[in-house]
Write a protein that binds this ligand. Sequence first.
Ligand code: GRF
Length: 200
Amino acid sequence: ARLVVLVSGSGSNLQALLDACADPAYGAQVVAVGADRAGILGLDIAESAGLPTFVARVADFTDRAAWDKHLADTVGGHEPDLIIGAGFLKLVGPAFLASFGGRYINTHNALLPAFPGIHGPRDALAYGVKITGATLHFVDEGIDTGQIIAQVAVPVLDSDTEETLTERIKEAERAQLVDYVGRLARYGWTISGRKVVLGV
Ligand code: GRF
């Protein structure tokens, strides 16, 4: 399967996918990496791996719809089977979803539907939950509302700061992402209502 990975940050999830893709039995290859901003580590990782990269900044377009269309066209040019939001902090719009709805997946650092949005670990700590985690899900027009593919639980410790909790979640999140992207790539899936059924 051909993967396009979208990033906004440090790219540790991207790195984990690249490591997994080094094994041909994994069943997927990253064919391009896109970002919504320049100068991030995620792009450096992609370039070091010799991958094509692209940057689509909302500010460079007349409006959000034009950005969305450009992103969809650019991603589409790489003919992906799956698009992976790996710390990608922009919400895509109707044009992107018309092209890639049902094959755009995102990893989120909380147990959805709890704590959607960009501060999953901070919000979990502030609420005082004892267990949080990471969710791999399809992307729809909402904020972290698409069908859930997989979830992994992570304990919240009394001693946690936002930083320590974020790191503990990221470790579990990377393993889950690598595991399930491989399964999706190798075995396919069907979606029926809210339910995602992995092929065997
Ligand atoms: C992940 O924890 C993701 O859930 C959150 O940002 C992190 C991305 O990290 N939105 P990285 O860029 O893959 O290192």
